[in-house]
Design a protein around this ligand. Sequence first.
Ligand SMILES: Cc1cc2nc3c(=O)[nH]c(=O)nc-3n(C[C@H](O)[C@H](O)[C@H](O)COP(=O)(O)O)c2cc1C
Length: 340
Amino acid sequence: MKSDLLARLNRPLTIGRTTIDSRLVLAPMTLLGHIAFRELLAGFGGFGLLFGEMCSAKRIPKEIRAGSAYFSWREAERQHLVMQIFGADPTAMATAARIIQEKGLYGVDLNFGCSVATICKQCCGAALLKTPDQAVRIVEAVRRAITIPLFVKFRTGWTDDPAIPVDLARRFASAGADALTFHPRVAPDRRSRPPRWDYIKRVKDAVPIPVFGNGDVFDETDCQRMLETTGCDGVAIGRMAIARPWLMAQMTGLLSPDAGIYRRTAFVMLDLMARHFDDRRALRRYKKFSLYYSANFKFAHSFYRRIGNALDLEAVKDALEAFFNGNPETMRRPNMNFFL
Ligand SMILES: Cc1cc2nc3c(=O)[nH]c(=O)nc-3n(C[C@H](O)[C@H](O)[C@H](O)COP(=O)(O)O)c2cc1C
């Protein structure tokens, strides 16, 4: 099975006028998929693309890369980085996309999947799935604005009917999207019910462009099963990439993790956060990271509580030392229930 998965993942995939060399990508995640985390991931490798945190299209023209927590990147990741934008206005989305292209980044991703209230209230994210004509207008406007790859990330919609994402996928492809990332859950479901992978197959079969399947891929077996049962072209991994930043390298055969990897990775992440962010932001983001990282350990709560109680980065360091000096037992499969 392992060699079959390697062969499936290490195959070039054409997206628009470009080609990527691994079919695993980092899914976009607010407060998690930031520049420091992406540097950590880049140290392991194995990914074809990295999707950044979502950025407001309206804010992008005012963002200054050097001072921005969201709209920032390292030169070395430019060719792999897809910036995700959210917004409701086609003109503002097109302007933001043009800026992303001018910055020399790999691509633009349209967020039609975020279901948090603050985003949906502005008629953005998953709210656009209720007004498909407007969503399509956005795709068309952005398509006219850029020549770099254009992605759309979306969910099932607001009712559990596979005909909805199939219709949306066809319309997004016709409007000029180069690839889709599909997370087959209805928008009101934050992740409490299992994703409907059978809907990924329907979406894949409906469009001529690459489809990245997404949702609950936690290990190699899941990944293999998603690729096999849905026929999707690639897999977008979210939470599990945070819990095990070496996972994509492991799945693509670049490394075989040793017992020390948990400790080393926790400290490297802390250094990277301190390098890229001011202390307050680094502390907040490390705590967010630790929620997912803690799922690796048998006593997840103990890890998370220690980090959560830390008042500064020095205290995080002490908490990490104390935790790892106790030789914590790790889980074969992380306890994803812990962080939903
Ligand atoms: C903390 C968190 C933040 C997220 N932020 C975004 C986002 O900004 N844009 C987006 O399209 N999806 C976002 N997602 C959804 C993920 O991209 C992904 O669809 C979801 O986590 C399911 O994939 P997984 O099971 O591999 O984690 C977020 C998910 C989490 C857990």
